[in-house]
Design a protein. Structure first.
Lengths: 382, 250
């Protein structure tokens, strides 16, 4: 068997960053969300999270497929799917309970009405059934169901992927194109709704991420075109930043030629518009160029909280989603004051970090200073 | 370690400071507003008035596409139909207000006209807010077809015994970039006149925001098409004002 590869710290670090961004962006009025990627271009943290999830899925299960065969690997993946599902249902309960608690504690009937609009009040039994089927997802609970669907298909993709990654990319892109063309989506609840993150479109991010992991060091073949690719990526990121800036500044917006607007808008999120995907790929390329796998800056202690959060991604995602709702309530209580936004953001991130450290401590067997597990063991433990 | 932390904090402060300043400036840009003349629906809503006077009940159907459904808002209650209900309840105490949200993302006149009868017979209402035109303009539905379908829908709808208010296109980058968007607007205004329906001039109201210097980021989602929390709440508020004006006017 191949030597144990070096653990790519960048994956945990940027996944942690994406989780922080998702938390910050999910608080509707939040000045701190100015620090997140979505304000400077087309794509946002979702792309980072889904791409890295695809990438790490190959790292975690690719080797297992080689060593232990398909049945065990598939079983392992479905065990993970089950964990995700349980986490999602738990989050759903905690999330709705929080809304109920807030509306009772604050004696705010308007909030209870909002609850009804979440679909629970009119027909709670049906809503719970639909939630169990992943069809009913109150706001902000859309990411995990997407991940669940993508991972549930993964056992069937993985054996092909490790042999013919290009074939998987081709099929994946074709499915993405057909989905956009024919407006396919999965049904949701209430009946006329569809999935906010369309799995048949978003799978392209996951599978391209997974294919990149299969290519691994082979990606260095791209370095032949390093300069032109970098120039292209920089140009595209700058273009996206210009458009994003124009949303904030009307005189600049008026300078955008109509034909450009006609081509780019709308920049769909449900079916991940091609501009969003290209923007993400451009950023990913620039990160690859700027932050090589062995960059010493990656080991700086200030990044450790981010890495810890990225390592415990499922836990931190759930906590972040839950806390974003708390943050929304608290910021609303203080009438959107900027101080409350900053305090809530920092507190939320602090809580996420503490949870991540506790998770690492548990994983390390509960010893005081968690030793990094050998890469292979850590991955199977995930 | 300490130095890096300090550096990090300094960088954070540098990033946040100008944003904080500009956002203080932007507070003046966050007012929900419209010229009073813009809010005139051009109808007196006779059936709704009668229902309020006789049954103490006003049932409204919001028929539309993704804006009506509340796509992408951070809380479903922010979508304009719920805002309308909340606003009317406050303004008309003692009157039971019901707003039935029948927004389905991606649809336009064809699909909506086709389900018009089913929607109205399923929930007999005194007032139908028909939000339409945006998807037609973006997908460049032929103008004559748009007009024909819209009028057929209005004809059927009004014959089923409800007041109608047409809500026209939203002023957002995706629509502004579409050719002929004004032509769709005109067709809607003409059809409203012919069938004595009201017209809620969303396009002109929102254009007013933009021309006053309100940036798109204030009222549009990052996809350049859908109204965000502020846009939805503001449209809900202004629509409430329009309908109250029509109900209480001469």
């Amino acid at each position: 068997m191949a030597a144990v590869s070096v653990r790519d710290i960048r994956l945990d670090l940027f996944r942690g960053l994406a989780l922080w961004f998702i938390f910050l962006d999910h608080i509707p009025t939040n000045i701190v969300s100015w620090l997140t990627v979505r304000n400077y271009g087309f794509s946002d943290a979702t792309e980072i999270f889904v791409f890295i999830s695809g990438y790490t899925a190959v790292i975690a299960y690719g080797r297992m497929l080689n060593q232990e065969g398909w049945p065990r690997t598939a079983a392992r993946i479905y065990r993970r799917v089950w964990q995700l599902y349980v986490a999602h249902i738990l989050l759903f309960v905690a999330f709705t309970a929080q809304i109920a608690w807030v509306s009772i504690a604050r004696d705010a009937p308007a909030l209870i009405e909002e609850m009804e609009l979440l679909g629970l009040g009119q027909n709670p039994y049906r809503a719970i059934l639909e939630a169990a089927l992943l069809k009913f997802r109150p706001v902000n609970l859309d990411v995990l169901p997407l991940y669940i669907v993508l991972l549930a298909v993964f056992p069937w993709v993985l054996p092909v992927l490790v042999r013919w990654p290009w074939a998987v990319i081709a099929v994946s892109v074709a499915l993405y194109a057909a989905t956009c063309q024919y407006n396919w989506n999965l049904p949701a609840y209430p009946d006329e709704k569809v999935w906010y993150f369309n799995p048949m479109a978003w799978q392209v991010v996951f599978h391209v991420g997974a294919a990149c992991a299969v290519f691994g060091p082979g990606l260095s073949r791209l370095d032949r075109y390093r300069t032109p690719l970098t120039v292209l990526a920089v140009a595209f990121v700058l273009f996206a930043a210009l458009i994003a800036l124009s949303w904030h500044y009307n005189p600049l917006e008026r300078l955008i030629p109509v034909w450009v607007s006609r081509v780019i808008y709308p920049i769909d999120k449900t079916n991940i518009d091609i501009l969003r995907f290209l923007h993400f790929l451009a950023i990913a390329w620039l990160v690859r160029v700027a932050v090589p796998i062995d960059a010493s800056a990656l080991k700086w202690p200030i990044w450790r909280p981010l890495r810890r959060c990225g390592e415990a991604s499922l836990l931190i995602f759930c906590i972040g989603t839950f806390l974003a709702l708390s943050g929304q309530v608290i910021v609303g209580y203080y009438e959107d004051s900027i101080v409350s936004q900053i305090v809530v953001s920092m507190l939320g991130i602090a809580i996420m970090c503490v949870a991540a450290y506790i998770a690492a401590w548990f994983k390390g067997g509960g010893t005081r200073t968690p030793k990094r597990l050998p890469a292979a063991a850590a991955e199977t433990a995930r | 370690m300490n130095r890096t932390c300090a550096l990090f904090a300094a960088a954070l402060a540098l990033l946040v400071a100008p944003v904080a300043i500009s956002s203080a400036w932007a507070q003046s840009m966050t007012l929900c507003r419209a010229k009073p003349a813009m809010l005139d629906l051009g109808t007196t809503l006779p059936i709704s008035r009668k229902a309020i006077a006789e049954k103490k009940l006003l049932r409204i159907i919001a028929l539309g596409s993704s804006t009506t459904a509340g796509y992408g808002v951070s809380n479903p209650a922010f979508a304009y139909p719920t805002q309308l209900r909340i606003g009317l309840e406050k303004a008309l105490p003692g009157i039971e207000i019901e707003v039935i949200n029948r927004g389905i993302g991606g649809q336009d006149v064809e699909e909506m006209a086709a389900r018009m009868r089913a929607e109205m017979e399923g929930n007999p209402a005194s007032l139908v807010i028909w939000q339409t035109g945006t998807n037609a303009a973006i997908r460049q539905m032929p103008l004559d077809k748009f007009e024909k379908t819209l009028r057929a829908g209005l004809k059927l709808g009004t014959s089923l015994g409800a007041d109608f208010v047409l809500m026209n296109l939203q002023y957002v980058p995706a629509v502004v970039a579409a050719p002929d968007k004004e032509a769709y607007e005109k067709i809607m205004a003409g059809a409203a006149r012919e069938y004595s329906a009201g017209l809620f001039r969303r396009y002109d109201i929102m254009r007013g925001w933009y021309d006053d210097g309100m940036p798109y980021a204030q009222f549009v989602q990052l996809d350049g098409l859908h109204l965000n929390d502020f846009g939805q709440k503001c449209i809900g508020k202004l629509l409430t004002r329009s309908i109250l004006g029509a109900l209480t006017g001469p």
